[in-house]
Design a protein around this ligand. Structure first.
Ligand code: IMP
Length: 183
């Protein structure tokens, strides 16, 4: 495991090792397994992965979840480089026929909450039965929205991080540990 890595013009230092992240995912998955145990093949939960950042987290969750579920993905984007633009673009739209579904949004990281607020609003308009949010990381110092974050695997400080699916201008998603911007 490298102590420092370089991506584009920036250097990042090791922040959270893979084993710690995986343990946090174990805990979140155990909660989900308890709270969605009443799902059936006729009424499965819908795990909605937010591309691209939540791909690895979603895969790790999928390996651990034991209740009936369907897996779909959508893509919204608000980040450019290392800062949030505050404007959310829909790049891959929501799946069709969401009415009455129990949706679990799987996010890589909640920062200002703009992305999750937009997605939550779009799902409510589709008359889903229930939406819960499951995020791998949360920056609590920055999150100012009122939407409840039901499952948070790890809280981190307000610093830019890469690895475990998170990128810096599309690089770094394939790094298994979490690295933080070294300044
Ligand atoms: P928000 O809309 O401000 O909550 O930003 C959420 C999105 O911004 C996430 O889904 C990520 O794609 C991206 N993001 C926020 N913080 C970071 C970070 O520290 N590293 C990489 N991407 C981030």
């Amino acid at each position: 495991m490298e102590q420092k890595i370089s991506l584009h013009d920036k250097t990042f230092r090791l922040f959270i090792p893979n084993e710690t992240i995986e343990k946090a995912i174990d805990a979140v998955a155990a909660r989900l397994n308890k709270e969605y145990a009443d799902c059936t093949d006729e009424h499965p939960a819908l795990l909605l992965c937010t591309l691209n950042g939540a791909v690895i987290f979603s895969a790790e969750l999928l390996k651990r979840l034991t209740f009936p579920l369907e897996f779909k993905a959508c893509k919204l984007s608000s980040y450019q480089g290392t800062t949030s633009t505050g404007i959310v673009n829909t790049e891959v739209p929501l799946p069709k026929n969401l009415e009455g579904r129990r949706v679990i949004i799987v996010e890589d990281i909640v920062d200002t909450g703009t992305t999750i607020e937009t997605l939550h609003g779009q799902l409510m308009e589709r008359r889903v039965q229930d939406v819960r949010i499951c995020t791998l990381f949360l920056k609590p110092e920055v999150y100012k929205k009122s939407i409840k974050l039901d499952y948070v695997a790890m809280e981190i400080p307000n610093k830019f991080v890469v690895g475990f699916g998170l990128d810096y201008d599309e690089l770094g998603r394939n790094i298994k540990d979490l690295y933080v911007l070294d300044i």
